[in-house]
Design a protein around this ligand. Structure first.
Ligand SMILES: [Zn+2]
Length: 307
């Protein structure tokens, strides 16, 4: 059987067809071989490999870094499947997407949340200025999405940015946190994101809510953060309240509002008591097990002597 070796150029042309059929793994293989064999389209083959890596690993910031790097060698626009790629614009997009993935992946304490929020707001501005009302070609290549413009992406990043800043300040300043969430809500509303907007609204009303601790009588603002509802039984006699401004219980009268310091003091103490009971029960079980083992051993030795 005669083996037919294809030239780098043939492999490249075949790779282009494979891309059109969205057979990316095979296409990538062809382009890799084109690069190894040094076909005349070597530089373009490298760009194709980088684009395929972005399509197959759309959440990897490194793939976008490599794409931006390889596109800098482009001499002019070229086609990838059905999309015309303008290298200059694609480099800008790839850098922004890499930055976006890294920023969205930030997670940690309040300092990190604050840094993440600031980063996302700055990034949103870059999308506004550098992409504007143009659609993001990278998304068109990755999943056929032609509707996401730079401005749309900017709104989403602003929303997430304000939400992150809000979660960073809510423990020190719930009022400020609610204000920041109002900004996030406005962005989500412009995007037509009803579910995300509702989520912001729910938090805004929680953060803005004030209550008086049933136990220590201290006022606080921010339900779920600075005060919490604890299950309780409020008798009809107790339900009469003269306190209109700051209520100490939800309307259902099945729980009381307790400030976080009171709440954590109670829950830590009850954890401690529960752990005491648990340790005692375990110690008794181990003692019982030892007694049973000793009895089993003595029965065994009695049985042995009878043989
Ligand atoms: Zn309290």
């Amino acid at each position: 059987m005669a083996l037919i070796f294809k030239s780098g150029d043939e492999l490249f042309d075949q790779g282009i067809d494979l891309v059109k059929r969205k057979e990316y793994a095979k296409a990538r293989n062809n382009f890799r071989k084109t690069i190894e064999k040094g076909g005349k389209e070597k530089a373009l083959a490298e760009m194709y490999v980088a684009i395929i890596d972005v399509v197959t690993s759309p959440n990897s910031p490194e793939a976008y870094d490599r794409l931006a790097g390889s596109l800098s060698a482009a001499s002019g626009p070229f086609e990838f499947g059905l999309t015309e790629v303008d290298p200059g614009k694609a480099i800008v997009e790839a850098r922004l997407v890499a930055e976006r993935i890294r920023a969205l992946g930030m997670d940690g304490n309040t300092d990190v949340k604050k840094a993440k929020g600031d980063k996302l707001l700055a990034l949103a501005q870059k999308y506004q200025v550098q992409i504007g009302n143009n659609s993001l070609k990278i998304y068109e290549i990755i999943n056929g999405d032609t509707s996401t413009t730079g401005l749309k992406e900017a709104l989403l990043l602003q929303a997430i940015g304000y939400e992150s800043l809000s979660s960073a300040v809510v423990f020190s300043d719930p009022k400020k946190a609610a204000e920041l969430l109002q900004n996030a809500y406005n962005c989500r509303k412009q995007l037509g994101d009803g579910a995300g907007g509702d989520q912001d609204m729910k938090l805004i009303s929680s953060y803005s809510k004030s209550a008086k601790c049933w136990i220590c009588d201290r006022p606080s603002t921010g339900e779920g953060i600075h005060f919490l509802a604890m299950s309780s039984d409020i008798t009809p006699f107790m339900r009469a309240t003269n306190d209109d401004l700051l209520k100490s219980a939800p309307d259902s009268f099945q729980s009381i509002y307790v400030c976080r310091p009171c709440y954590t003091a109670i829950s830590r103490k009850s954890d401690e008591i529960a752990k005491g009971y648990h340790d005692k029960a375990m110690a008794e079980m181990r003692a019982m097990e030892a007694r049973l083992q000793a009895e089993i051993a003595s029965i065994r030795s009695m049985a042995m002597m009878r043989r």
